[in-house]
Design a protein around this ligand. Structure first.
Ligand SMILES: CC(C)(COP(=O)(O)OP(=O)(O)OC[C@H]1O[C@@H](n2cnc3c(N)ncnc32)[C@H](O)[C@@H]1OP(=O)(O)O)[C@@H](O)C(=O)NCCC(=O)NCCS
Length: 339
């Protein structure tokens, strides 16, 4: 999908924030819960530990803290925000939306608010929407949040899935730029015909929650891991090539790559095929796969640890349930908002 919005102005990321729960669940903890081993998990996924929300801690709590940190980073007050988009597959409840709960929690009383569901690609989808709405002159301070508590939809007795996921949230504030553009190009895609390889079957109109759906574990993530793996390797490479072409750039023009943090093997393979392993940012060992939160958490870490320099060209690339994929190229220009 190519954005066809009539751009009146550029847009860029003016601040980022992240929040992960305090509780750490290590591979050694998992060894006591299912038939697995630290060695197997590290070798197949690169994950060593993940964060798990405590009882009562919900997606909007993590999202609100990440949002507050992004606002602080951008030097913008909650009352100035005019739109909140939350990408999530684990909202606090089907409705009201997680974005509306966040709006109330941070006191962004002048903001419109809605959620989008594009699986682990959600943040890239939301960022693309934020760019278009800001570039078209519709909104000026858009909070884009990726937030998940996947631990609530994980079957903790299924070793095929429970070792992979974690909880967390990341956020970015998108604002108009006086000159040039900060968000240079996007590619979004979907293949709904292949959606069955990664689903949460129950709780919607197809299978409303019932004793039966609970007995069958249909309220948990169901995944054909090897199918997702093959799709992910192919699509990360294809989406990257397409977004580079759209931006009129070559691989060598990219300074930092922030892929969806699903699995270190996947990240390594995609990086190898793209010929840029040293540019790839990874924190999957510490947080596991946090779905829509993974890219913004990594972006915030990369920013705060000085890995992102003004003018750097950053590639974001993700894939997830849907099946969906998305890639973005941005120019790191946070300092231009504080000049
Ligand atoms: C899930 C994944 C790590 C599995 O790795 P894999 O190399 O494909 O492993 P397989 O599925 O082929 O399983 C190999 C064996 O390990 C076993 N196994 C699976 N999980 C295990 C675990 N946690 N511990 C130990 N053994 C495990 C399987 O049961 C299987 O055993 P079998 O051969 O006796 O049946 C990998 O497929 C993957 O990362 N897929 C992508 C998942 C993803 O990113 N999902 C989110 C998308 S946003």
């Amino acid at each position: 999908m190519q954005s066809s919005v009539q751009a009146l102005r550029g847009a860029g990321i003016a601040g980022t924030g992240a929040c992960v729960p305090e509780r750490v669940l290590t591979n050694f903890d998992l060894e006591k819960m299912v038939d697995t081993s630290d060695e197997w998990i590290v070798e197949r996924t690169g994950i060593r530990e993940r964060r798990i929300a405590r009882n009562g801690e919900v997606t909007s709590d993590l999202a609100a803290q990440a949002a507050a940190a992004a606002l602080d980073d951008a030097g913008v007050s909650a009352g100035e925000v005019d739109l909140i988009i939350v990408a999530t597959v684990t909202p606090d409840m089907p409705f009201p939306s997680c974005a509306c709960v966040v709006q109330a929690k941070i006191g962004a009383t002048n903001a419109a608010a809605f959620d989008i569901g594009a699986g682990c690609t959600g943040f890239v989808y939301a960022l693309s929407m934020a760019h278009d709405l800001v570039a078209a002159g519709r909104y000026s301070k858009v909070l884009v949040i990726g937030a998940e508590t996947l631990s609530r939809i994980t079957n903790w007795s299924d070793r095929n899935t429970c070792v992979l996921f974690g909880d967390g949230a990341g956020a970015a504030l998108v604002r108009p730029l006086e000159r040039g553009d900060g968000l240079l190009a996007f590619v979004l895609g979907a293949d709904g015909a292949r959606g069955e390889v990664l689903t949460l079957p129950a709780g919607g109109s197809a299978h409303p929650a019932s004793h039966d759906t609970v007995d069958q574990g249909m309220h948990y993530i169901h995944m054909q891991g090897n199918q997702v793996y093959r799709f992910a390797v192919r699509i990360m490479v294809e989406a990257t090539r397409e977004v580079l072409e759209r931006a009129g750039l070559a691989e060598g023009d990219i300074d930092v790559v922030i892929p969806h943090q699903a699995n270190q093997r996947l990240i390594d393979l995609a990086a190898e095929r793209l010929g840029s392993p040293e540019k790839v940012y990874s924190n999957v060992a510490r947080f596991g796969n946090t779905s829509a939160a993974s890219i913004p958490i990594a972006l915030d870490e990369a920013s705060r640890t000085g890995k992102l320099k003004t003018g750097d060209r950053v590639l974001l690339v993700g894939f997830g349930a849907g099946l969906t994929w998305g890639a973005a190229i941005l120019r790191w220009c946070k300092d231009e908002f504080h000049a």
